[in-house]
Each structure stands twice: as C-alpha cells, then as structure tokens.
Write a protein that binds this ligand. Structure first.
Ligand code: PMP
Length: 426
C-alpha cells in the first residue's frame, strides 16, 4: 500500500519543509496540541495507531458547526435543520470520495470501526449465517475483528477460523487458501495490522475469497490515514474505518457496503430516522444507509470528519504515505542497530508502525521511561492478544507515525530507548 519513498518524494518533502531533511514535516504546524510541552519536554507523539491529533481545520469545523449550523437532521421543516442535513449528507459524500465508493448511499455513518463491524455481524451475519457456516479471519486481527464474529457464531452455530501468520508477521497465503472452502461465508481482514504495521494484499485476498463464494470485510482502521484506499479497486464488500485515526473526532466513523448487499441487509437497531412507516401492526424501513442510522447521529462529528478528509486529500495520501515510509525506514534502521532491541513484525510491506522489544525491559517500563522524555508510545497487547500469543510474548512497545511526525521524534524515541537501557543496566 505504501508507495516506496522515491528520490522525487524526498526532494519534494525537503522543499516543502524549507529544510534539507526529508524527515521534516511541513504539516506539524497545523496541529495545535503539538505545541504544548508534555513533562516539560517537546512532545514526540508516536501513539497514532491509538488515535491521531487533530488539525486546526477539524477543530474549527466542529466549533463552526455548533456556532452556526446546529439542528437535528432529516425531515426538519426549518432552514437550520435543512442546512444541518445538507452538511451531514455532504460529509457522507466526502467519505465516498475518500474510499472511491461508487455512491454516497453505500456509506453508513457509525461510531467507528468497532461499531461498523458489529453492524455487519448483527445485520448481514445474523440474516445469512447458518450452523456450520464459516467465517475466516487472520491471526493478526484486532479484537474488533474477532469478538463480533465470536458473538455471531455463538448465536448462529457458525464457526470462526483463522489463517496463520508467519514469523515475519505476514499472512501465510497458503494457509489462507487452504482454509477457504465452500462453507466460508465471510472473510475478515485488517488492511493494515495495528500491532505490526503489516499491509495485507487485500485485492488478492478478496479475489481468492470471492472465488470461494465468500464476502470480504476489510478493517481499514489503520489504513485510511496512511495511503490511498479504493474500495472499487480492492473489490471488497465491506470496508470499515474510524474518524479519530484519520485526524477527525472520536465517536464517528463509517462503513462502506457494496450497494447490492446493503439493499438486502435488515436493520440492527430500531428507532427514529431508520424507518419509513411505523404502526402497531408493524414497521417498514428507510432505504439506503439511513436504515442503519437509528436515532440522532453524531452530526457535528460527521461534519468534522468531512473536514478531516478534505485536509488529508488536500495534502495527498501518496505524499503522506511517502513521508511516513521515510520515518519508518529511519526508525527501523536506528532501533535495529541498538543492541538488545528486537523488532516484532518485519513484513516486506509495512505501514508506519514499529513494534519492538528491548531485552531486560518490560514494554510498560519502557513506555513509562519514554514518557518522562515527552515521547508517547503504546505498550501492551494492542488489542491483538491472539497475535501476541502467536509470538509467545505478552506485548510489545509500539511507535506509530503520522504525517506530523519528523526526524526529531525518531531521535527522541531512540534516545529514550538508550536512556531506558542505561537505567536498567542492560
Ligand atoms: N481495528 C484496528 C486494526 C484498529 O487499530 C482499531 C483501533 N485500535 C480498531 C479496529 C478499533 O477501532 P475503534 O476503537 O476506533 O472502533
């Protein structure tokens, strides 16, 4: 997925940042929070896999919505309600553009990736799955792409299987092929692993799954902010992501559903806004994505998500991918060079996530020492406990990059690891 860093990219980035370093970020100044010191240090925010910081454009879009446009949407007769409805539907169109979906009516707003996957499990899955049917995921999935399927299997008698991963943290394609069979109804795959950074060959996996007669759900939580995504080129049936990992607010995300599939999906939550008619004899459902958006949705969040999409598209996801690839390459090389450091996840094709272990230091202790230096990383199992079990470890330290990170963040990370090693005498 990540475009390799070319000399042309490097030259372009150096020119934009006004400096010589291809690792400088011309976009850091767009993010107010990065100017605040943390523990009296310059903040090196490397926890972007958990959530990203927000640019001024997104914060202002949220404020402007509540200052100028707030009203409840759909069927309002007054001007403000119609205005808010227009903004909400324009945000849906922004998501369509981001994913290159054929139609904005293929886009359902959700609270995020987790809710999107639960929606598919409870609506499509509950309708289609029968005892003995199979769901196939990979061994590197986030709990969000495991547990909803376990719950569905418990209700339907379907079986959850997983394809194994290799020691470098790549999907074992032979095992994936071997596990696909005529009983497989759904394949769930992370586009990018949040714990390892592995980029999965989604288009190829979709082709194989479709040949076997299964639909494919792609968990795009770690992908959409880091490289261009095209659901038509991937040919996937469902694509889920969270706004907060894309420089947007928390509590808003989206699910793309191939139009022909969406038309046959029953509602999963009932209430206002998702109906066509209601009587005590029975109710009928709204057509399109509204059928899955019961109750008052996160209107302001959707509008701000639209602003976040405009922000990344104005920079260009190819450029963002190139910048993060350069940061990952630099951090990988420098951490690998330190004695006692072991990288976990060394796939040939990776996005900007670096998981590692330091001999003699628990990841939580490492995270705590880095924090005293103003370096924010994540330590633990990264909601991927089966993956950690595969590697026989309880967790890792994880640095994850975003467009505003630069060479100073990598310097701070490496210096912090060295400091921890000195403190622990390892
Ligand atoms: N899938 C992946 C790969 C993730 O990284 C995350 C967030 N860590 C999720 C799903 C869940 O996203 P959310 O908590 O925003 O619903």
């Amino acid at each position: 997925m990540n475009a390799p860093l070319t000399s042309q990219h490097s030259a372009q980035l150096a020119a934009d940042s006004g400096g010589d370093s291809p690792l400088a970020s011309p976009w850091a100044a767009d993010f107010p929070i990065l100017a605040r010191p943390v523990r009296k240090r310059r903040l090196a925010y490397l926890d972007n896999g958990a959530t990203t910081q927000k640019p001024g454009a997104v914060i202002q879009a949220l404020e402007a919505f509540y200052e100028q446009s707030n009203a409840n949407i759909h069927r309002g007769v007054h001007w403000l309600s119609q205005h808010a409805t227009d903004l909400y539907e324009e945000a849906r169109e922004r998501v369509r553009v981001l994913l290159n979906a054929p139609d904005s009516q293929d886009v359902v707003f959700t609270r995020g990736t987790t809710e999107a996957i639960n929606l598919v499990a409870q609506s499509w899955g509950q309708k289609v799955l029968r005892a003995g049917d199979e769901i196939l995921v990979t061994g590197m999935e986030h709990h969000s792409n495991i547990v909803p399927w376990q719950l569905l299997c418990a209700r339907t008698g379907a079986v959850l299987r997983h394809a194994r991963i290799t020691d470098t943290g790549e999907l074992d394609l032979d095992d994936f092929r071997a596990q696909l069979n005529p009983r497989t109804r759904l394949v769930g795959i992370a586009h990018v692993s949040n714990a390892l950074g592995t980029v999965n060959p989604v288009a190829e996996l979709v082709r194989l799954a479709h040949e076997a007669g299964a639909l494919v759900l792609v968990d795009g939580a770690q992908a959409v902010a880091h490289a261009p995504v095209d659901v038509q080129a991937l040919d996937c049936d469902f694509y889920a992501f969270s706004g907060h990992k894309l420089y947007g607010p928390t509590g808003i995300g989206a699910l793309y559903v191939r139009g022909t599939i969406l038309a046959g999906m029953p509602p999963w939550q009932g209430g206002g806004d998702m109906i066509r008619t209601v009587s005590f004899e029975g109710s009928t459902w709204a057509a399109g994505p509204q059928r899955f958006e019961a109750g008052t949705p996160n209107i302001g969040g959707s509008v701000a998500l639209g602003a976040a999409i405009d922000y990344v598209l104005s920079i260009g996801l190819e450029r963002i991918a190139a910048h993060e690839a350069a940061l990952l390459a630099e951090a990988t090389e420098r951490l690998r060079a330190l004695p006692g450091v072991r990288l976990v996840g060394t796939a040939a094709h990776k996005a900007g996530i670096l998981s590692f272990l330091v001999d003699g230091i628990h990841p939580h202790d490492l995270g705590t020492i880095l924090d005293t230096e103003g370096v924010a990383i994540r330590a633990g199992h990264h909601c991927a406990m089966p993956l950690m079990s595969h590697f026989g470890i309880p967790g890792t330290a994880r640095a994850s990059f975003a467009l505003y990170n630069d060479g100073r963040d990598v310097d701070a990370l490496v210096a912090g690891v060295r400091k921890a090693q000195k403190l622990f005498g390892v």
